[in-house]
Ligand binder design. Structure first.
Ligand SMILES: *Cc1c(COP(=O)(O)O)cnc(C)c1O
Length: 433
């Protein structure tokens, strides 16, 4: 990266490291996997983000999903500005919390009751606690490469060779915690059956990103999700769809609507707050009535249901619910972008795999199918890093990691898409020169 042209970001990054671990408040922002200096952002509007050096980029991060309508959407800003005048927090119930709960239950019909929290991490931690409390069982199945936030029980990876019992992949996660997290590869039903027979009547839940977007974007094959539903029903295992990323993104009812598979519980985040810190978990009333104060499973939050955050979330969800054309528009934009990317790669004769679902996109440099995390790990991440920086030089800001989905926004115009495709062509020319 050209440090001179990004002087202010470079200075800020160096200053940030004195008082913030690694200079950032969430690791992927640091550009570690692609190298170089992260851009410090000053503002954003529509499809563009502007950094501290006053350079603007077309962007495909959109705050990792929430800005599905583009940045600084008037309907959401107005709702927030209206709410702010009534004070920022009460620590007491408000009518807006009922409004958003009713709207979520109508958009995602498998959710009969819902509890608001402040992040996706809180949502998944709480959902697992409810599943364990309800079933009286400790173990749960997690899919390798799926990300469910930074709760201890989820920070478990397979390591080399398939292991039945997880090993922690972060210091600070105890082996005691890790031993209750069972791992299976995505798109592999046999492994799930094996785990179940080895841990008969000990498994509370199976949690999965129905369409994983945290190992790059990987799609389900061969009725995988339907089979998981059948197995969980047969075994009395609570099926939790972590739709923090896919919820309100793939359709107003999320991946469960797209694939017509009904989970017992769902976790939500990202879009649900319209850019404010919000998460939620919900599901069958019988399960959710286990949550305090209705039931014995404790979960609380001083700022949960925060009135300003609820105003932003409500404005976002109302907009999506009232304008179903958002999803058809976004799907058309996705198709156009991917068609352009494929033509560019074909022109260079490069091996690649592009995945697309609605407005989620991913480009892997590989000649193999990518159906699970192990496949994703064999792709050429070094080439991705070069491509990322070339795109930045060409004015397009992609997620700074191979293992992230790209998120499109409604603010991208046809002309913007042509610009991005031109940037892909120019970037491939420069890295393949
Ligand atoms: C982002 C994400 C989370 C974590 O949400 P945070 O708000 O970052 O805590 C959990 N699950 C999935 C699928 C995610 O994409």
């Amino acid at each position: 990266m050209d440090i001179v042209n990004n002087k202010r970001s470079a200075d800020l990054f160096s200053k940030a490291q004195n008082t913030i671990p690694g200079g950032v408040n969430s690791p992927v922002r640091a550009f570690k996997s692609v190298g170089g200096t992260p851009l410090f952002i000053k503002s954003a509007k529509g499809a563009y983000i502007t950094d501290e050096d006053n350079k603007s980029y077309l962007e495909l991060i959109n705050s990792w999903g929430p800005m599905i309508l583009g940045h600084a959407h008037p309907a959401i800003l107005e709702a927030v500005q209206g709410a702010v005048n009534n004070s920022l927090s009460f620590g007491a119930p408000t009518s807006k919390e009922i409004d958003i709960a009713e709207l979520i239950c109508s958009m995602v019909p498998s959710i009969e009751k819902v509890r608001m929290v402040n992040s996706g991490t809180e949502a998944t931690m709480s959902a697992i606690r409810v599943a364990r409390g309800f079933t009286g069982k400790d173990k749960f199945i997690k899919i390798e490469g799926c990300y469910h936030g930074h709760g201890d029980a989820f920070l478990i990876a397979a390591g080399s060779g398939a292991v039945t019992m997880g090993v922690p992949n972060s210091p600070g996660v105890t082996e005691g915690t890790a031993k209750d997290t069972l791992l299976a590869p995505y798109n592999d039903v046999d492994k799930i059956e094996q785990l179940i027979s080895e841990n008969k009547d000990e498994i509370a839940a199976l949690i999965i990103e129905p369409v994983p977007g945290n190992m790059g974007l990987v799609l389900p094959t061969n009725d995988y999700l339907k089979k998981l539903r059948e197995i969980c029903t047969r075994e009395g295992i609570i099926l939790i769809f972590d739709e923090v990323m896919t919820g309100f993104r793939l359709a107003k009812g999320g991946a469960q609507e797209v694939f017509d598979v009904i989970p017992d519980m769902t976790t939500l985040g990202k879009i649900i707050g319209g850019g404010m810190p919000v998460g939620a978990y919900g599901g069958k009333a019988e399960l959710m009535d286990y949550v305090a104060p209705a039931g014995p499973v404790y979960q609380a939050g001083t700022l949960s249901g925060n009135p300003v955050a609820m105003a932003a979330g409500l404005a976002m969800l109302h907009h999506l619910n009232d304008n179903p054309s958002v999803y058809t528009d976004l799907a058309a934009k996705g198709k156009k972008l991917v068609t352009g990317i494929q033509a560019a790669l074909d022109r260079k004769n490069l091996p690649y795999k592009v995945t697309l679902l609605g407005s989620m996109v991913c480009l892997f440099f590989t000649d193999k199918e990518v159906n699970n995390f192990a496949d994703a790990q064999t792709t050429n991440t070094e080439k991705f890093g070069k491509f990322f920086h070339a795109m930045l030089d060409n004015g397009v800001y992609l997620p700074p990691s191979q293992y992230e989905s790209w998120f499109m926004s409604q603010a991208l115009t046809d002309e913007n898409l042509d610009e991005i495709i031109a940037a892909v062509n120019a970037s491939l020319d420069s890295i393949e020169a």
